[in-house]
Design a protein around this ligand. Structure first.
Ligand code: SF4
Length: 379
């Protein structure tokens, strides 16, 4: 039986970054305390039913989970362990923002069982950080990284964003040098997206910044692939790079169709087969639902065989070296990609975006860059 992953959403931040459209709001200590109580209640009330009770990854995402105290994180982890059978060697990740954690808190988090830090570095250029409305500086990033190592964290991931307002290819190259020189075990790349309703969208409308340039973003992506490879990192997923054996085990569950259960506002879950469900997005409405009935599920969906097959195909293709075995896929979903998408396969093959190695379909490096166009044909 597949082991499941647990996702815990923490919807608080010190302030809002100009590009952000995540489910997050301003941090208030009292609200955070009630929220942790609600998470514990939601976990206690979770009906295991046909769920996979064995868990080997826990991921605190947000928001800024590092704004919780170590004691609050420990309480949530106790509630996870109370409901699920958590492997002693489970990967327990906490997203952190530089400058939000002291060395003491990092040691306490490590003692509570957190063993991986996913770290929102974004860029090492203070002017770029300021334009994004981030509250940290590049020095905070360097210091927090050192503090993490001193606290015993030997599995650290950096998030980097490419295509920032006024960011040049040269500045991006300097950024990569800094990030790679620190030697994190894992790197995640985000290309800046402009979401309607965010301050950044308004700043672009007013002409203060240019909208992101897709050609420049593609150059930045290529540079990262090249530099990361040269530094010994493997590009195991379209936007994720790791030192050997340091893949994000939790995120692999999303791409391989393993079960995962989400707790907290806006959290999503998947039973590893056909059923998906998601929680209320708003934090206060979530608290109310948990107080009333112990869960905050507001939408449920059951995929049909075809939908599940299409989803498994495009998620599997994200794993660049592994790809998707089309014979296995056909046996599992009765969805014959070769027959049903013969014209798409030929078209993308000729364009050099995909390659077929026996039964295994993979994206090429050029296909990784244009993955959305490939996926759109299959979904
Ligand atoms: S820290 Fe992350 S979640 Fe919080 S506002 Fe900034 S981008 Fe959004």
């Amino acid at each position: 039986m597949d082991r499941a992953g647990i996702y815990i959403h923490v919807p608080f931040c010190r302030s809002r970054c100009s590009y952000c459209d995540f489910a997050t709001g301003a941090f208030e200590a009292a609200l955070a305390e009630s929220y942790v109580g609600a998470l514990a209640r939601e976990l206690e009330s979770f009906e295991l039913g046909g769920a996979h009770p064995e868990v080997d990854t826990v991921y605190f995402g947000g928001g800024t989970p590092s704004l919780l105290t170590a004691e609050q994180v420990a309480r949530v982890l106790d509630a996870v362990r109370g409901r699920f059978d958590v492997d002693a060697r489970a990967e327990v990740t906490l997203e952190m923002n530089p400058g939000t954690v002291t060395p003491e808190r990092l040691r306490a988090l490590r003692e509570a069982g957190v063993n991986r830090a996913s770290f929102g570095a974004q860029t090492f250029d203070d002017r770029e950080l300021k334009r994004l409305g981030r509250t940290h500086t590049a020095d905070d990033t360097r210091r927090t990284f050192r503090d993490l190592r001193a606290a015993g964290f030997d599995n650290i991931s950096f998030d980097l964003i490419a295509g920032l307002p006024r960011q040049t290819l040269r500045a991006w190259g300097r950024n990569l040098e800094e990030a790679l020189a620190l030697g994190p075990e894992h790197l995640s790349l985000y290309l800046l997206e402009v979401h309607e309703g965010t301050p950044l969208a308004e700043q672009i409308r007013q002409g203060r910044y240019q909208p992101p340039d897709p050609d420049l973003a593609a150059e930045m992506y290529r540079l990262l692939v090249e530099r990361a490879r040269a530094a010994g990192y493997e590009q195991y997923e379209i936007s994720n790079f790791c030192l050997p054996g340091r893949e994000a085990r939790h995120n692999l569950k999303y791409w391989t169709g393993a079960p995962f259960y989400g707790f907290g506002c806006s959290a999503h879950s998947f039973d590893g087969a056909r059923r998906r469900w998601s929680n209320e997005r708003d934090a206060r409405a979530y608290l109310k639902l948990i107080a009333e009935r112990g869960d905050a599920v507001v939408s449920r969906e059951e995929l049909d065989e075809r939908g599940a097959g299409a989803e498994a195909l495009f998620l599997g293709l994200r794993l660049l070296s592994k790809g998707v075995d089309l014979a296995e896929h056909r046996a599992l979903y009765r969805f014959d990609v070769r027959a049903d998408h013969a014209a798409d396969l030929a078209r993308f093959g000729e364009a050099g975006l995909i390659e077929l190695d026996g039964d295994v379909l993979r994206l090429t490096p050029a296909g990784a860059l244009l993955s959305n166009e490939v996926f759109a044909a299959f979904v």
